[in-house]
Write a protein that binds this ligand. Sequence first.
Ligand SMILES: [Zn+2]
Length: 501
Amino acid sequence: MAKRPYTVIRGGKLLDIAKRAATPADILIKGDTIAEVGRPGLAAPAGAVAIDAKNRLMHAGLINAHTHGPGNLGKGMGDLWSLELLLTASPWLNGGRTLEDKYLSSLIGAAEMVMKGCTAAYDLAAEFPLPSVEGLSAMAKAYEEVGMRAVLAPMVADITFFDAIPGLMDRLSPALRKEVASFRYAPWKATTKQMRKALQKWPFEKVVLAVAPTIPHHCSDDFLIACRDLAREFEVGVHSHVAESKVQVVAGYNRYGTSLAAHMDKLGLVNERFTVAHGVWLDDEDMKRLGDRGASVAHNPGSNMRLGNGLADMRAMLSADINVGIGTDGANCSDNQNMYEAMRLASFSSKVQGPDWQRWITTEQALIAGTQGGARALGMEKQIGRIAPGYKADIVFLDLHHVNWIPTNDPVNALVHTEDGTGVHSVMVGGRMVVENHKLLTVDLAALAAKVEGSRARRQKITSPAKKLYGRLEAVVGTFCPGLAKAPLHIHRFGASHHTH
Ligand SMILES: [Zn+2]
C-alpha cells in the first residue's frame, strides 16, 4: 500500500440512486479513501494498480444497522419463537461458549455479510453475565480478519427478562423461580467497569465500540444513566431495543407510566447518537421525539415478521424526520445476514400495510436507508455509505451478466427488489478486495466449517439441561406473554385481522 498507494477502477458502471441510472465511471482511490470519481479514462498517477470493472455495477457497500454477532452460532435453532420465547431460550442458545466460540460466531456473520455486499455493521454483541475486554476483542478480531467494519456494542442489563415483565415471575412455580435465578446478570457497576475498561484501551481500527443497554426496562435507571454518561465521555453511540414487541411496550407503561422512548428521553439518552432497534411499536409522539432529537431507528423487517412482532411503520418514521437504517437482526431470529433481502423486506413490509400506495416505501428510500441511513446510525456518515471523494473505498461490484441483471431496466428497483446477493462478484473494503469473483479471500470457509462443527457438537451436550429448562419455561412464557399482548393499546402493528387487540 505504501509503495503503490493508488488504485484505479476502470470500465465499470456506477449506480446513481437519484437518477436511477448506471453510468460509466472510473474511480481513483488513494490508500483506503476515494480520491476522485470521473468519466471513463480518468487520469491516474503512474504505477496506480488498475482494477477492471467491465460488466460490473458498482454501489456503496451496504450497511447493516442492527445485528448480533453471537447469533450466528444459533442459526436455525428454532422456528416458532416470539421475541419473549427467544429471550427465554438464551441460556440454551448461548451457553457453554468459550472465547474461541465468541470469535467464531462473529466470524461466520462477518463472512456472510461481506459475501452478500455488506461492508459495515452495528453489532450488538453479548456475553453473560457481563461483557469482557477479552470477549469483545475476540469478536473485533473476527471482523478485522474478514476485513469489514463494525461498531461493536456489548448488550448489557441488570434486570432479567423474568423480572422485567410484570407478573411473569409470579406465574413460575417455586422450582422454576429457583432455576431462573441463575439467569441474573452481574451488578451494573461491575458491568460499567468492564465497558469502561474496553473503551479506554481499544486497539482496533476497523471496529469501534458503542454502548447498548439492551432493552430499556431490563436496566435500572441508575444503569441507564451510567450508560448515557459512558457514551458521552467516550463520544460513542447508544443502541437499544425499544418497542420491539407489544409486550415490551405494555411492560414499559406498567413500569414507567410512559412509553419506553419517553422514558429514555427523560433520562437524557435520546440524541443524534442514539439508535432505536426495531421501534415497531413506537407511536406518533415517540417518533416525533426521536425525529426532533436527530435519533435513528434500525428497521429489521425480517426479524419483526419472524418473531411475530408486527410491521414497523417506516413511512411514519421518515415523515417524523427519523434517520432510518436497515438491519438483518441476529441469525437466531432472521437466520441470514443478507442486506439485499432486508432492503427488499423493508419495501415489501411497507407495501402490505394498506392500500394507500403513496405511503409505501420506494426502492430508493430502502436503498438510501440500507447505505446512508445505516452510515449515520453507525456515526460514520462522513466516511461510508456513498461512493464519493473523501469517503472510504467500500465498494460492491455486481455482475451485470448475472441472471439477476438481465435485463437491467431501473437499477435501483433491481438492486432492492431483484438482487439477492448471488450477483455480488467482488467486494472492496477500504480499497482492499475482500471478495473477488464470488470468493471470500480472507477466510477459509472449509476450515471454518470444521471448527464450527466441533464447537456445535460440544455445546449441544453442555447446553442440553438448558434446552430442557427452556421446554419447561416455554409453557409459561408462551401463554403469559401473548396474554399480555392482548392489552388494549392506542396503536396496532400486527399484520393480520385475527389480532383484533
Ligand atoms: Zn436485536
